[in-house]
Design a protein around this ligand. Structure first.
Ligand SMILES: C[S@@+](CC[C@H](N)C(=O)[O-])C[C@H]1O[C@@H](n2cnc3c(N)ncnc32)[C@H](O)[C@@H]1O
Length: 397
């Protein structure tokens, strides 16, 4: 085993995040590292090498022993990649010889390999030919250095080859399936929001609630058009480990990089919001909501089948303060005849309820100037893409 193969050696990670939400992902890492959720050694490592925002992600140096907690506890990222090597390659023979000379066996405990290639602004532009070349190089490599049976994990590994301005960057997709696939919701309603987007928007709303000194222990999160329940679920799960799925690296990355003696996962009863209320008008979607929320503790939420505009919320909230978040209907799956009218009506209805102390409304950016009731302050406009549509989260009051 090479002397570098140790779970305490810092690995260079790229944590992919939906564009526009990088600052929230960085805060999530900093906060959870401080809480001790992300494994031993991360805070020290971050002190020496602070995590950095990049376009579409975060660059983080972390001990390999943190790979499991990073995957379990981070809720905003889409994927975590291990950045390994980079080299110049202007033609295919060079690409082949460079790939053949890399020390793959220091990292891989599986030869079930696929590639994800991108080529931009480079002499090498044929991604299919890059893939064929890489395949040949790795086959030859593992003929020369076959894996010993007892060291083989046998899972699938996806190697990223990103060629930009004639420099090839080599990385390994540690996560496997994208991280918003939590394997928690069995049914996903008509227009589900990805779990990691929901987590990021809730985290942002939570930050505003703290800034406005809203007493969170006594506040209820309301989603008045709750769909299949992504907001309540993410609010209740934000500080809890995602143990409902596995992550690719545990099946292909040599264990010496990341495996440590099993330790008790820190019990965390923290939540972004302690109690959630959901309303959903569609009977089929309501059934899905009921079934999805069964994984959450019964006394952490209440849901109601009905029309938000006709529902007496004070009856449900017992006049506690409400922080409201809503992914309003839009797009092809839930078309609206008069979107501006619907959104204005929604804002009017929310502002007439004095228990609502903060409102986050998500809808297409093209309607961001729909009329707001008098006296409403826009605290933030956060832009991002949802299902290919340019969207905004307006934070109001
Ligand atoms: C965009 S979807 C919400 C998706 C949800 N955030 C998720 O990820 O599953 C909007 C939901 O609002 C519901 N809805 C529309 N009008 C409503 C109303 N007046 N009252 C309650 N629910 C309503 C729709 O049936 C739909 O499920």
């Amino acid at each position: 085993m090479s002397q570098h193969s140790s779970a305490t050696v810092p690995l260079r990670l790229f944590i992919t995040v939906p564009p526009g939400l990088e600052d929230l992902a960085l805060s999530e890492i900093q906060e959870k590292a401080q809480l001790g959720l992300l494994g031993e050694g991360l805070s020290d490592c971050m002190e020496a090498n602070p995590a950095e925002k990049a376009k579409g992600g975060i660059l983080l140096l972390a001990p390999g022993s943190c790979l499991t907690p990073l995957h379990h506890y981070l809720k905003i990222p889409t994927k975590i990649t291990l950045k390994l090597w980079s080299f110049k390659a202007r033609d295919f023979p060079k690409l082949y010889s460079k790939l053949l000379a890399l020390p793959w066996r220091d990292y891989l405990a599986s030869t079930d390999i696929s590639f994800k290639v991108s080529c931009k602004k480079s002499r090498i532009i044929h991604s299919e030919r890059v893939e064929k070349t890489a395949k040949r190089a790795l086959e030859k490599y593992f003929q020369a250095y076959p894996l010993k049976k007892k060291n083989t994990l046998g899972g699938a590994v996806q190697i990223h080859l990103d060629i930009y301005q004639d420099v090839c960057q080599v990385g390994l997709n540690l996560s496997g399936e994208l991280l918003y696939k939590r394997n928690l919701r069995t049914d996903t309603g008509k227009a589900p929001l990805r779990e990691n987007l929901a987590a990021a928007l809730l985290y942002l709303l939570h930050t505003h609630a703290k800034k406005r000194e809203i007493e969170l222990a006594n506040t209820i999160l309301l989603d008045p058009m709750c769909g299949s329940g992504v907001f309540p679920m993410e609010a209740l799960e934000f500080f809890r480990p995602c143990t409902s799925r596995d992550f690719a690296f545990t099946k292909f990355l040599k264990e010496s990089w990341w495996k440590i003696a099993p330790s008790e996962e820190m019990p965390s009863d923290a939540t972004l919001f302690k109690y959630c209320l959901g309303i959903e008008s569609d009977p089929m979607v309501f059934k899905q909501l009921e079934s999805n929320l069964q994984v959450c503790s019964n006394d952490a939420y209440k849901i109601k089948h009905g029309d938000f505009f006709q529902t007496d919320i004070s009856d449900l909230s017992k006049n506690k303060s409400l922080v409201t978040i809503c992914n309003l209907p839009y797009g092809k799956r839930i078309p609206l005849k008069n979107a501006v009218g619907f959104y204005s009506n929604f804002f009017q209805h929310c502002s007439s309820n004095k228990d609502i102390k903060l409102l986050g409304a998500l809808f297409p950016k093209e309607y961001e100037h729909a009329p707001l009731p008098k006296g409403t302050t826009v605290l933030e406009r956060r832009y991002f893409k949802n299902g290919g549509i340019d969207c905004v989260l307006l934070i109001l009051y």
